[in-house]
Design a protein around this ligand. Structure first.
Ligand SMILES: N[C@@H](CCC(=O)N[C@@H](CS)C(=O)NCC(=O)O)C(=O)O
Length: 206
């Protein structure tokens, strides 16, 4: 079977989770790394007019245009042998993912780019809300386990981590001073993880 084609963008957190899942699941793929989100290839837009990355084009022509669908497909291809997908299906992990992609992303965007959002509020509003909706629950979840998957990682770890990375990078000194030792250790672990390093290798295009 010929390899699927992933349209990706190196710094996009949704694309990071897709690349990490494909690599961890052991699914080979061709990558088309966009050099800019402002310049999307016409062939990608023809396949997926909504114009976001990641997009995975399967050998049978099917197009997956949501990062979580790509992750699910990747683990399904190799029988989820390490149970990274299965261990992500607990109600707790599903809830964390929903907070990450929903309210947390809303507050992350407004923490990062207040000038881009007319509804952005001043002061520390958005970063405080981000703490409330995701980072405090994450700290609780990691209190008694090294990963969201338990003593081994799962798909929720790699789905959520790229967004926490972005949030921490907005103001690293402030983030490091937060009383969130488990989240800080978990984030540091993923930043140094071979899987992450491998999906962040710069190609000549990115
Ligand atoms: N729900 C989508 C969201 C993907 C998304 O929003 N990706 C961003 C980049 S991080 C994007 O492509 N935005 C389009 C743009 O900025 O033009 C998914 O899970 O794949």
């Amino acid at each position: 079977m010929s390899k699927p084609l992933l349209y990706s963008y190196r710094r996009c957190p949704y694309a990071m989770r897709a690349r990490m899942a494909l690599l961890q699941a052991g699914v080979a793929y061709h990558a088309h790394e966009l050099t800019s989100l402002r310049d999307k290839p016409a062939e990608m837009l023809a396949l997926s007019p909504k114009g976001t990355v990641p997009v995975l084009v399967l050998a049978n022509g099917e197009v997956l245009e949501q990062s979580m669908d790509i992750m699910r497909w990747a683990y399904g291809q190799t029988g989820d042998k390490d149970r990274w997908w299965a261990r992500a299906q607990t109600p707790e992990n599903q809830a964390l993912l929903a907070f990450c992609d929903g309210e947390f992303k809303h507050h992350l965007d407004r923490t990062k780019y207040p000038q881009r959002y007319s509804d952005a509020q001043g002061g520390d509003h958005h970063r405080e809300q981000a703490l409330r909706v995701l980072l405090t629950p994450l700290e609780k979840a990691l209190h008694s386990q090294a990963y969201l998957g338990g003593d081994q990682p799962c798909a929720t770890d790699i789905a959520v981590f790229p967004f926490v990375r972005q949030f921490a990078a907005v103001d690293p000194a402030w983030f490091e001073a937060l009383p969130l030792p488990k989240v800080q250790a978990w984030l540091a672990g993923w930043l140094n993880h071979a899987l992450f390093e491998m999906v962040m290798v710069k190609t000549s295009r990115s």
